[in-house]
Design a protein around this ligand. Sequence first.
Ligand code: GLA
Length: 393
Amino acid sequence: MKEKLQKEYTSVFGAGSEAEENARLFFAPGRVNLIGEHIDYNGGYVLPAALSLGTYALTVPRHDNKVRLYSVNFPDKGVIEFTLDELVYKKEDDWANYPKGVLAVFAEKGYAGETGFDAVFYGNIPNGAGLSSSASIEVVTAFLWNELNEFKADPVTLVQWCQRAENEFIGVNCGIMDQFSIGLGKKDNAILLNCETLEYKYSPLKLGGHVLVIANTNKRRGLADSKYNERRSECEQALAGLQEKHSISALCELDAETFEQDKHLIKDDTVRKRAKHAIYENERTIHAAKLLKEGDLVGFGQLMNESHISLRDDYEVTGKELDSLVEAAWDEETVIGARMTGAGFGGCTVNLVHKDNLKEVLERIGEKYEKATGIQAEFYVAESGEGAHEITD
Ligand code: GLA
């Protein structure tokens, strides 16, 4: 990978030998969330895993305060250039607003950095597919900037700064799940993360004869134009209703039983359904992590299915494509769990599938999906990977 990006670097920036010697390669993965959807911003538990797919950034420090960025994925955007004293959002800077936003948050926190860098980015996560390609760009930037300047910020702080960049600079009110799992993921493990306290535990992915298959609906969506922020504000309304009786600061502090007793405090039917999803999904996630630990994959898969139903009926973030792809998977005997993953409205599903006849099973699912939607799905057997790091060999 380093060689490939060095070549790109030379052709884009026309580098000399100094650049070659000083080039450093950083990586941040994408993530797939196994269960615990739309509850990170409600103070709940999530269970994501880092993927082996991700974003690479070949980085060469500069002696002035310029930053020049190029992405192999967006060659038509060319080199995007700015200085460290003009870290402002610009629509025309497109994808480069993600790294720029991260540098802006570092500066705001008192870690400005005096000299900039040139970088070539390359990502192999499908864009807009709900596998966190944007958070991956943010986190790789945070790790490289931290290293180049020897700021020594710890990884949890770095991922919080990335979330802040997404919230304040990009304008998407996302929770912490994506950045956290991308920064702190560990190969062959999912992370059970308490999004309220940021306490976390690794959950070994002991899948027996099963694999995790990510299926892309190939219906793209961007978070900014999705109803993501609307769902967040509906949850805030629900919380305000419940706070009339409970001194809670997040929906997931309530258990399902208490919610059932007091749900009348939420007057609006739609808002009440949103809260129901959040509270039950949190309990499902805790339960699912326990079943994974005990090796009860069938039970785990059942909870994945329930999660999808709740996201479809109560949270209403699925849509025809995600539902058709999940339903086609449910029809297969060897699929023991299937659900949408990520923000929804398009993007990917995650499926727990036995290895037997995998190819035929996926072909059948793909055919049914295409019949229902006219779109071809894509399937990847998910490989879990390490969290963000520098690649030194
Ligand atoms: C997006 C957000 C996350 C999370 C998920 C839904 O990926 O970035 O913070 O809310 O949606 O679970």
